[in-house]
Design a protein around this ligand. Structure first.
Ligand code: ATP
Length: 269
């Protein structure tokens, strides 16, 4: 695998955009103490998805953003872009050249991109995981790192070998799948609880539904009976109404009591 260029913009001591072009063979970055050589190495591991702030020699992730100097104000964002030659197809992506970018705002917002397309950290990690440029970055031996590797305990040494052998990727996938399965199991338990509870409520609800159906039948019967009664009343009362009408047509009005007198005059009499 061949790294072509690395561009730092607002990353640590690199306030202005700085591009390092690597030719095939060995590249050396030379400079006095404190000139920023390790910052270049940090930029490599950062753009490849490094999450450990300690590995980046900072207290918090935002520390990678240019913090300003006496002559230059602090910046609000850090960006690193790494271009990898992929003509040998070492990376599982159909491009002869792959550009990975990482951007971090001082507010904490972070963005990744592969060939200019926004992506997740996971996509960057997956892309690099088979190439040997894995998450644990054993390909980058920083100051004191070799010492750490030599003095590592069996667990750490195992992780190192697994990473180098490409097993770690599958182990992580297995862990992720197991976490998903656990969450699914919790959901299943909840579902069974809900089904049991609903089953318990079903019996009384069934009884209530049966009663409601009976009540509806009774109400319909009642309405029917009332209508029959009304119809019956109508038929019974009909002759009276007819004879009354006949009498009024002959001029024999039924004598009605005079209307009551009301008002102040009636009260005075
Ligand atoms: P050494 O050889 O001593 O390890 P070096 O050349 O590797 O030094 P680095 O450690 O990469 O140097 O760089 C250290 C410099 O980077 C310091 O001057 C420090 O102030 C500067 N620096 C680190 N982080 C930031 C930041 N966020 N903003 C501005 N400058 C920073």
């Amino acid at each position: 695998m061949y790294l072509k260029t690395l561009t730092l913009r607002g990353f640590k001591s690199f306030a202005s955009a700085t591009t390092l072009r690597f030719e095939p063979g060995i590249t050396c970055v030379v400079g006095p103490n404190g000139s920023g050589k390790s910052n270049v190495v940090d930029a490599f591991s950062w753009v490849m998805g490094q999450q450990g702030v300690k590995s980046l020699r900072g207290g918090k992730m935002e520390d990678v953003v240019f913090a300003g100097t006496s002559g230059r104000a602090a910046l609000g964002r850090a960006e690193v872009t790494l271009t990898i030659d992929n003509s040998d197809g070492a990376l599982p992506i159909e491009y002869a050249e792959v550009t990975i970018s990482r951007l971090l705002f001082r507010t904490g917002q972070s963005e990744y991109a592969i060939n200019g397309n926004p992506c997740r950290l996971l996509d960057v990690q997956e892309l690099l995981s088979d190439s040997g440029l894995g998450r644990e970055m054993h390909v980058i031996a920083g100051q004191g790192h070799l010492d750490d590797i030599l003095n590592a305990g069996p667990e750490a040494r195992r992780a190192l070998i697994e990473e180098a052998a490409g097993v770690l990727k599958h182990r992580r996938r297995k862990e992720k799948a197991l976490r998903k399965l656990e969450a699914m199991q919790a959901n299943m338990t909840r579902l069974v609880d809900l089904t049991t509870e609903l089953g318990r409520q079903l019996k009384p609800l069934g009884r209530q539904a049966q009663l409601a159906r009976k009540a509806a039948v009774i109400q319909a019967d009642l309405r029917d009976a009332r209508l029959r009664l009304l119809a019956d009343d109508y038929v019974t009362l009909s002759p009276t109404t007819t004879s009354r009408c006949q009498r009024s047509s002959r001029g024999t009005r039924p004598t009605r009591p005079p209307p009551p007198r009301c008002g102040p005059s009636s009260r005075a009499s």
